[in-house]
Structure formats: structure tokens, C-alpha cells
Design a binder for this molecule. Structure first.
Ligand SMILES: O=C(O)CCC(=O)C(=O)O
Ligand SMILES: [Fe+2]
Length: 500
């Protein structure tokens, strides 16, 4: 028996659940009214008459469709009872006419097409999402860094393997604030830092004064200068560069023995000291060791460059003493002042190897950074790529045969900061990756680095006053370098951390 309240509930459910069901529901409803009108026109028998018979298959199709779409079971409707609702005969006839036009099968087919389209769209979205997930999971940065590190073969290993595209871990992120690629938009200037000739400095006091003045000006303006006739024979410089090259180009199995991230080891060779923390790895391999105050035993140094490393470090030490004297004078202090502060006590020897890079525009040899020691003496070969960042401009430091690049480090900037208003500057610099290569350089940092130290460094005490308060808190070299080391080359000066 037809139950009118159930029918009402059924229609209500359909209308609220799905728009198309509502639409079909309305049509069916109309049909039922039409049937009612038709039945009013014609006598209907116990079976509901011809209209009811006509309607039944269409209603069945509709029911099946609703069940397939919604999972709802359409309640049984006894059409023979038509629906005793109040409709005028004429209106019923016109509704009937429209009902005859309506073909349930066509509508169901249209709906099926729409449903297939929706399914296709959904499938497409699923495929896109899957692809994204797949790409993301394929680029598991931590896993790639570890895999690269585990080769113990460095960037050179990649190049030897013949890669033509650089791995993702080396690619500079585009949206990163420290992304120096962005800084390439800044002007590059055709200006070179001064090349200061130290020839004859010991014999002529006027010349000595002139050189002190040049060093003062360069240290205040650019934090960088080059020196020639510095007393280290060119043959020693050349052999030192060859030594670093030999170390990196020796048999991979021998070199692997030095590969470590344990900085307490006498010789530490690895690629990117900040591999796991930096936004992008640099296209270079490095080995370092502390050559002063407690140098390793000769046999602890690599065969490939042991002798020259010892000889070169000895030369750099004596050049350092001379430079700290000149820098002290440039600050208006006794020439022994910076030496007495132990600025030349420690020497860290760092040999860099920058292999030729197939996509140099995507990465860097060394990210923008300042040096954390007191002073750096840098020997570079003829490839070039070193730049300093001053007033939003990258300035090339072109290789000058026989020269050494000298730059002020953070600890010297912090120590002498208040001596004069014209400060020495620890200036940001970087190294570009290059299609040509390898590029080799040796950076010697005057700093006891991570060696345990208690001596405090900060603004020079006797020059402090109420008007001239300290700007940096005191720190030990060890604390400063540890902080700088843990931070990695992220483009932000570690000095900021020590600002008062
Ligand atoms: O390789 C170079 O030219 C620069 C290296 C450097 O900046 C560094 O070791 O701190
Ligand atoms: Fe540097």
C-alpha cells in the first residue's frame, strides 16, 4: 500500500541529497500528477490504467539510478493508486503532454556521461597528486645529502662519474633570502681592491708609513686587499696549489681515509662542512688542519702535500706577524698590540678544490659569508670567481700572479670596532662556480678556531667609555668559531649573535 508520509520523506531526502536526483524527483512527481490528471480523464481500473502501466518502466529506471547513485533504496510505490491530489483536468493534460516528452532513459544516459567525466576529472587530480608526491618523495633531501656524504668522494666524485646535471642538493633555492643568485641582479662594478706592494717595507720608513696608510684605507673601505712582494717565493705558492690539487686528485681510496666530519681529527677532509645545515650545498671539497699552535706530526699530514703544507704555513705565519704589526699601526696602536692579543696564535690551514661545474649558474663554489677568524691570507689560482659584496654590489677579486688576498675577519672587526669610527670591516664574500676547473685555493685563517680557549675577546678595554660603550659582548675564539661553524654559511654574519 502506498504510504503518503513515506513518499514525502523520500522526496525530501532526494531533494536535499543531490541536485540531479531532486531534478529527476521533480519530474517524476510531475509525471505522477499528470497520471492523476489522466486518470481523472479516463476511467482507471484496478491496475491504474494505461498511464500507470506506461509510467512503471520509467519509474523503475529512475529507482535503479537513484539506488546506484546514492545507495538509497527507493521505497516501493504502488502506481495503481495514482495520487489523489487536486489538479484541474486541463492543467493535468498539459502536464501529461510534457511528461510524454520526457524520456527517462535519455536523462539517465546524460547523467552517466556526466558521471564518467567527473570520474575522469577525479582520476586526473589523483594522478597529479600522485605525481607531486612521487616527485617530493624522490627528492628526499636528507637522504640525498647522506647518500652524497656516504660516497666520501666529494663533488669531485660526481664530476669523475660524468654527471652532466648537478644534483638537486646543490641547487640554490630561488625563494631563499640568502640566495645569492638574487644578488646577481645587483650591479657588478668594474673596480678592483688595491694591490699593495710590500717590497722594501723594512728599509724605508716613509714607504713603511705609506703602506700602513694603504692598509688602513683598504681595511676600512673594503676589508680586503691583495699583497705582492710579501716575501713568500712564487715557487712556494705554486707548489702549494699543486699540493692541494694532488691531494684531491689522488687515488679515491687513499683520500677516503681522511674523509670525516669529526673535527677533532688532525686532518679533516670532506665536502661542505655545513652540508646538513646549509640551504644548498656548495660545489667544492675541502681539507683542513690546525697548523698552529699545535701542528700535527708531519706523518699525520697527507703524503700528497705534507712538505709544502709545512713550508707554506711557516711562511704564512711570518707574513701574519708582519701584517698584524701593520694593522696595529693602522689602528694607531703599538705595532705589537694585536700580536700581544694572541691574534696570530692559531693558524687553520684550509685547502679548497672547486671542480669544473656543468651548471655553474645554479649553484655556488662558496656561499656568501664572512670569515670568523682575525685575519685570512688567501692564495688563489688563475681561474677566478672570488667576489666581495659591498654596497649591494659584487666586486670581482681577480687573480694577480704571485699575490695573496688578505681580508679582515669577524674577530678583528669586533675587537677593534671602537678604536676609531672608521672601522675595519669583515666583509662578505663568495666564490662562483665555474665551467672551467678545477679551481684551487688555500685559505689560512689566523684563529685558534675550535681549540679549547679561555681568553676573552671583545672591544679593546682601554678605549671604552660612557660615550663609547661596547657593542659586542666578549667571547672566546672557541665559542665564536663553534657558533659560526654550527650555523654554517647561511648568509647571516655570526657577529650579530654577539651584539649587545
Ligand atoms: O676559495 C676562495 O677563494 C675563498 C675561500 C673562502 O672564502 C674561505 O675559505 O673562507
Ligand atoms: Fe672566506
Amino acid at each position: 500500500m502506498y504510504n503518503s508520509s513515506l513518499h514525502g520523506l523520500f522526496i525530501f531526502e532526494l531533494i536535499t541529497k543531490m541536485a540531479f536526483v531532486a531534478f529527476l524527483g521533480r519530474l517524476l512527481f510531475v509525471s505522477v500528477f499528470v497520471l492523476s490528471a489522466y486518470q481523472e480523464f479516463n476511467e482507471f481500473g484496478a491496475d491504474g490504467g494505461p498511464a500507470a502501466k506506461n509510467l512503471k518502466p520509467k519509474f523503475d529506471v529512475f529507482s535503479k539510478h537513484v539506488t546506484a547513485q546514492t545507495g538509497l533504496q527507493v521505497p516501493h510505490v504502488d502506481l495503481s493508486w495514482s495520487f489523489n491530489l487536486e489538479f484541474g483536468v486541463a492543467r493535468g493534460a498539459s502536464l501529461l503532454y510534457r511528461y510524454e516528452e520526457f524520456d527517462a532513459k535519455e536523462i539517465v544516459e546524460e547523467e552517466a556521461i556526466r558521471r564518467t567525466k567527473r570520474k575522469k576529472k577525479k582520476k586526473k587530480m589523483e594522478t597529479i597528486t600522485e605525481t607531486i608526491n612521487c616527485v617530493q618523495s624522490k627528492y628526499d633531501r636528507a637522504r640525498e645529502l647522506k647518500a652524497f656524504d656516504d660516497t666520501k668522494a666529494g663533488v669531485k666524485g660526481l664530476v669523475d662519474a660524468g654527471i652532466e646535471k648537478i644534483p638537486q642538493i646543490f641547487i640554490l633555492p630561488k625563494d631563499n633570502k640568502t640566495n645569492e643568485a638574487e644578488a646577481d641582479n645587483f650591479d657588478k662594478v668594474d673596480f678592483s681592491i688595491p694591490v699593495i706592494d710590500l717590497e722594501g717595507i723594512g728599509n724605508d720608513s716613509k714607504l713603511h708609513q705609506e703602506i700602513v696608510e694603504k692598509i688602513r684605507h683598504a681595511s676600512e673601505s673594503w676589508g680586503f686587499f691583495q699583497v705582492v712582494n710579501h716575501g713568500i717565493p712564487v715557487s712556494v705558492l705554486e707548489e702549494m696549489l699543486r699540493g692541494v690539487r694532488r691531494f684531491n686528485e689522488q687515488d679515491g681510496e687513499v683520500k677516503k681515509q681522511f674523509y670525516t666530519r669529526d673535527v677533532t681529527r688532525k686532518v679533516v677532509y670532506n665536502s661542505n662542512f655545513d652540508l646538513y645545515t646549509s640551504p644548498a650545498a656548495n660545489w667544492r671539497d675541502t681539507f683542513f688542519c690546525f697548523m698552529a699552535p699545535n701542528p700535527p706530526k708531519p706523518e699525520e699530514l697527507p703524503d700528497s702535500c705534507r712538505d709544502i703544507q709545512i713550508e707554506y704555513s711557516r711562511h704564512v705565519m711570518s707574513l701574519g706577524f708582519q701584517l698584524f704589526g701593520l694593522l696595529s699601526e693602522a689602528l694607531g696602536l703599538e705595532s705589537s698590540r694585536l700580536i700581544d692579543m694572541d691574534c696570530a696564535k692559531g693558524l687553520t690551514f684550509v685547502g679548497h678544490y672547486y671542480p669544473a661545474c656543468p651548471q655553474p649558474e645554479l649553484t655556488l663554489g662558496a656561499s656568501k659569508h664572512t670569515d670568523d677568524g682575525f685575519l685570512t691570507v688567501l692564495l688563489q689560482d688563475q681561474i677566478g670567481g672570488l667576489q666581495i659584496f659591498l654596497e649591494n654590489k659584487w666586486i670581482d677579486i681577480p687573480p694577480v700572479p704571485g699575490s695573496l688576498v688578505i681580508n679582515i675577519g669577524d674577530l678583528l672587526q669586533a675587537s677593534e670596532l671602537l678604536i676609531s669610527n672608521d672601522k675595519f670591516r669583515s666583509v662578505e664574500h663568495r666564490v662562483l662556480a665555474n665551467r672551467d676547473g678545477p679551481r684551487v685555493s688555500v685559505a689560512c685563517f689566523f684563529s685558534t678556531s675550535l681549540m679549547p680557549s679561555l681568553k676573552l675577546y671583545g672591544p679593546i678595554q682601554e678605549l671604552l667609555s660612557e660615550d663609547n660603550p661596547p657593542k659586542y659582548r666578549e667571547t672566546t675564539v672557541e665559542e665564536y668559531v663553534s657558533y659560526s661553524y654550527s650555523k654554517g654559511l647561511d648568509g647571516i654574519s655570526p657577529l650579530l649573535h654577539f651584539k649587545i
